[in-house]
Write a protein that binds this ligand. Structure first.
Ligand code: ADP
Ligand code: MG
Length: 450
């Protein structure tokens, strides 16, 4: 099957044991699409232009192969240029985390920090420098960096650097760098000015572009189901009862989660199977076979294990958590709605995950509807909305005094209930008014047209 071939595991990308240990310790299970494509190219020592949306794991996409290739005995070997100090610190943290078992040391170089202190840190011979353009150029122009000969240079968040007016500085920085370096340019978008810069400074770069995911398969009905974080299992049980399931796959983030949920379902009489990377090849095959032949109707799986999974008649895909990024979402829900059949994809979300939900919705293009016929979830949404609305208000002195007064001789839950009723009444009146206005306006328009 070609469409899932983009999802691989980290072991197959050419990284060594110690880097892989760092990956595991960071809790990364599956490489993101940009990681799967960029890491092997970088390890082949190619220059690279890589484009992928934000939040797709571009940092590890360059950090992991660089960690693999730097030789940890010399001094500075890699330079990462990034637009802001916050990003510099974030990248430094991630490299430190991923390079734990190699003892990789990093230094951040950005404006606003004392020059002397920065020079002291640089003198300690870290392997990786993460710098903002302005301060780095300042060091270079003033001859504060001796033997500055990194082998790898990364331009991170290049479009941001363009927006912030750093392109001239970046070109200037390259005047101070040796010729035989490997240059990696990462960006979420590729405006012409960045392309031009790339042409000037990169040598025969490989181009990688991860297109924003796009689900146009209208055979898949996509819905989300609002849950409390600790009520996911019950939500699944409820959904399994309500939905008419031919075959369903429940995707979890981790193997442990898969095991847990599988046991839970089994204990409640569901015919389920489990599929994840810790199982040996034989039990994996057996599980797959059972599912294919419909001896069980639920498969609890992790992404890696479900790679290449091609089962006909999957009627439902459940996301136990909202997936890390749109690509994974698309891969997962693509297990259903195949061969012209209808399918359902239901994603469990907590109210804290609405932001992620929206970003998936935006990038996926399809429509994600709230799960219908589910009174509780509608209420939860309303409750969430009201809480957010209320929390927007600052507590005024007057309110505070009133509260103290009320607290003295009233039942506060009663008061809260009544205040909520008042608020709901207002909401309802407002929306009725809106509807009436709409009707009035369209009536007016109609009259005018006549
Ligand atoms: P980008 O630079 O593309 O905007 P980042 O590199 O900042 O994205 O990554 C976004 C988040 O995803 C970070 O918290 C990072 O630790 C996490 N992340 C990256 N790769 C993976 C992965 N393979 N599995 C799980 N989490 C990941
Ligand atoms: Mg980034």
């Amino acid at each position: 099957m070609t469409e899932t071939s983009a999802i691989q595991d980290f072991q197959s990308l050419g990284l060594g044991a110690r880097v892989l240990r760092g990956v595991r310790a960071a809790g990364f299970n599956t490489p993101s699409p940009i990681q799967a494509k960029a890491i092997p190219e970088i390890l082949k020592q190619n220059d690279l232009i890589a484009q992928a949306q934000t939040g797709t794991g571009k940092t590890a996409a360059f950090a992991l192969p660089i960690l693999e290739m730097i030789d940890h005995r010399n001094g500075l070997e890699a330079l990462v240029i990034t637009p802001t100090r916050e990003l510099a610190m974030q990248i430094s943290d991630e490299i430190f985390k991923l390079g734990r078992f190699l003892r990789t040391r990093t230094v951040c170089v950005y404006g606003g920090q004392s020059i002397k202190k920065q020079c002291d840190l640089i003198a300690k011979n870290p392997q990786v420098m993460i710098a903002t353009p302005g301060r780095l150029l300042d060091h270079l122009q003033n001859g504060r960096l001796e033997n500055f000969t990194p082998k790898f240079v990364v331009l991170d968040e290049s479009d941001e650097m363009l927006d912030m007016g750093f392109l001239d500085e970046i070109e200037e920085i390259f005047n101070y760098l040796p010729n035989n370096i490997q240059i990696l340019l990462f960006s979420a978008t590729m405006p012409p000015a960045i392309k031009k810069l790339a042409e000037k400074i990169l040598h025969n770069p490989v181009h990688i572009r991860i297109a924003p995911a796009n689900v146009i398969n209208t055979d898949i009905m996509q819905r989300y189901y609002i849950v409390e974080d600790n009520a996911r299992k019950d939500a699944i049980i409820a959904l399994l009862t309500k939905e008419n399931i031919e075959k369903g796959i429940i995707f979890t983030r981790t193997k442990k989660e898969a095991d847990n949920l599988f046991e839970y379902l089994k204990a409640r009489g569901h015919k389920a199977q489990c599929l994840h990377g810790d199982m040996d090849q034989r039990s994996r095959r057996a599980a797959m076979l059972e599912f294919k032949e419909k001896k069980c109707d639920i498969l609890v799986a992790t992404d890696v294990a479900a790679r290449g999974l091609d089962v006909s008649d999957v009627s439902h895909v459940f996301n136990y958590h909202i997936p890390l990024n749109p690509e994974i979402y698309v891969h997962r829900i693509g297990r259903t709605g195949r061969a012209g059949k209808k399918g359902s994809a239901i994603t469990l979300v907590t109210s804290l995950e609405f932001k992620e939900l929206r970003s998936i919705q935006k990038e996926v293009g399809g429509k994600l509807e709230p799960y219908e016929g589910e009174g509780i979830s509608q209420k939860r949404m309303l409750a969430h909305h009201i809480r957010q609305e209320i929390l927007k208000f600052k507590v005024s002195d007057e309110a505070f005094e009133l509260y103290e007064e009320l607290e003295r001789d009233s039942d506060l839950p009663q008061i809260t209930l009544r205040l909520l009723s008042l608020h709901l009444q207002t909401l309802e009146n407002n929306s009725k008014k809106r509807l009436q206005n709409k009707a009035k306006n369209s009536y007016k328009r109609g009259k005018r047209a006549r």
